[in-house]
Design a protein around this ligand. Structure first.
Ligand code: GFB
Length: 397
């Protein structure tokens, strides 16, 4: 099957919708419940939290746009957070999105539903996905030097993934598909199975945004509000240690200092510890009345201590968010990452790490808060060599 069959499939898709609206169940799916069909997705296991947030946006926008065009019988299932490569603090249970985000706000933008809601609404103890598409990249994305959107169903194959840590989820049919292009092209694959009501895509990072940086992008981004408890923890910290009670603080500078795999494999793009301290000192020269710095980081304790010493020696009051055991227990690494991001977002001036999606999400948050872009799109440079300027990723209202 190749993408040229789409026209026929698209007609079938329309009739499937009709079937759903009138009978509330269709084909072999009388277990399907409350008249909704569901799209599930997963992401390549090594990908981090903030790339996953971007993948969510691609799917959420796809569903929101479809809803605007009257395809209102589909919901996006929020993939529980499970076993993330960078999360080492020991949280091993699948974690629902409401731990980190404001679900009401997500729902105000796109028809999304938590995995546990599917179980409770359908009153089922097990869940069978009708069709699971394993997305793969094409070996050569550029045919004759041109990147064309396309897909190709290779045939049945095996899924060896973990279903977000659930052992009561299975798939009836598993198909491997080469795919390149925009996320909305997935509707063509969905249309191949008009009677299926539960479709899953793995490697959700392969489909691209339909459009980057548009109003839809930012509307979706704005709806990704954090869980209120995390906001409270961050704001209490800002008030107590950074002495600010307003949205846009004038009391501290913040830095996202990405270490771990970045320091190991991108040594020529990130600064040394002494180089980081020097660059922070340089930034402070533009902020003469300030001497507090907040560092968000995944660095080891020994690196943190060294940076703190270098900054203290320069005379700066240096802060890191060090979570209590109860915060670690309750929110895990994901919650601590968000608290670090919130604190960094409210600073008078921000310096990020080049090409880190963790930094990008802080920059977006600052755009939403209305900071001057010159205070946001700043990066740490390598100690020597060329330092490309940060791209200004400006909000569109
Ligand atoms: O968020 P993330 O996709 O950002 O992945 P990058 C990095 C993870 O490291 C986060 C932790 O989810 C956090 O768990 N982390 C990084 C931090 N910086 C901080 C910080 O300042 N504070 C806290 N609390 N945690 C990409 C990955 O990382 O890097 C890719 O998504 C790949 O999978 C690539 O590994 C090299 O975009 O920085």
């Amino acid at each position: 099957i190749v993408s040229s069959l789409v026209l026929v499939a698209a007609e079938e898709y329309t009739s499937a919708q009709y079937c759903d609206k009138t009978t509330k169940s269709c084909g072999n799916n009388d277990e399907v419940s409350y008249g909704k069909k569901h799209i599930f997705y997963d992401v390549n296991p090594p990908e981090g939290f903030n790339l996953r947030r971007d993948v969510y946006m691609r799917f959420a926008i796809m569903l929101a746009e479809a809803q605007k065009q009257g395809k209102d019988n589909w919901e996006l299932v929020l993939p529980p957070w499970y076993n993330l490569y960078h999360w080492r603090s020991g949280r091993r249970q699948p974690t629902p999105w409401n731990k980190y985000f404001d679900i009401k706000s997500l729902k105000s933008y796109s028809p999304v539903v938590e995995m546990h809601e599917i179980f409770s609404k359908t009153k089922k103890k097990e869940l069978e996905i009708d069709v699971l598409y394993i997305l793969e990249n094409y070996e050569n994305p550029f045919e004759n030097g041109v990147f064309n959107e396309k897909w190709h169903v290779k045939g049945e194959c095996e899924y060896d993934g973990l279903y977000w840590g659930y052992n009561n989820i299975t798939a009836k049919e598993v198909l491997c598909v080469q795919f390149q292009g925009k996320v909305s092209q997935l509707w063509e694959l969905i249309a191949l199975h008009p009677h299926a009501s539960k479709i899953m895509f793995t490697h959700g990072e392969i489909p691209l945004h339909d459009t980057y940086g548009t109003k839809s992008y930012w509307d979706c981004r704005k709806s990704m509000k954090f869980n209120k408890n995390l906001i409270h923890i961050a704001k209490d910290y800002i008030a107590e240690y950074l002495k600010c009670k307003t949205e846009r603080c004038a009391t501290y500078l913040s830095v996202h200092w990405r270490r771990q795999d970045f320091a190991r494999s991108r040594g020529n793009q990130v600064p040394s510890i002494a180089g980081t301290a020097k660059q922070i000192r340089k930034a402070f020269k533009k902020l003469p009345d300030m001497n507090k710095v907040f560092i968000a980081t995944d660095a080891s304790m020994s690196e943190i201590n060294k940076l703190e010493k270098a900054l203290t020696d320069y005379g700066y009051e240096t802060h890191f968010f060090l979570p209590s055991p109860s915060i670690i227990e309750e929110y895990g690494d994901g919650g601590i990452a968000i608290i670090d991001q919130i604190i960094s977002s409210h600073a008078a001036y921000f310096i990020g790490t080049h090409e880190s999606t963790f930094t990008y999400r802080i920059q977006e948050e600052r755009e939403i808060l209305g900071f001057e872009s010159s205070t946001t799109f700043n990066r740490l440079c390598p100690d020597t060599g060329h330092c490309e300027k940060s791209t200004n990723w400006l909000i569109v209202d």
